[in-house]
Design a protein. Structure first.
Length: 117
């Protein structure tokens, strides 16, 4: 005797297509999340590097501080204001628009210590 499996075959094929589609969507979503995280991490460390290089210049007296100045780099814009031995630094990441603010105490441009990060 011959049996017909047409209903079961259709259900199995649809289940396999659904499963493969679900896995493909999960893979694409994971890839997008990884790309966003990688880009955000690269931008963060670029901004942090510029901040530390600027602060090293200030500590070693290689940069004379003005009352207010804006420094524009390829990926980062650094703004600072210097008033009453307080140095307020704002690092703006150009691509994402994220902003990080730091405050330093600088006495006579010889020593700098981090107050708030």
């Amino acid at each position: 005797m011959r049996q017909k499996y047409s209903g079961n075959l259709l259900f199995t094929a649809m289940a396999i297509v659904y499963l493969m589609s679900f896995l493909a969507l999960q893979l694409l979503e994971e890839r997008q999340l990884t790309q966003k995280f990688t880009q955000a991490t690269q931008e963060y460390y670029a901004g942090k590097s510029i901040f530390h290089l600027f602060l090293a210049d200030v500590k070693q007296n290689r940069r004379k501080l003005k009352t207010e100045e804006r420094l524009v780099y390829a990926q980062v814009t650094l703004d600072y204001t210097y008033k009453n031995e307080q140095l307020r630094i704002t690092v703006l990441l150009n691509k994402s628009g994220r902003k990080y603010q730091y405050q330093e105490r600088v006495s006579h441009q010889k020593k700098a210590e981090t107050i708030l990060e």
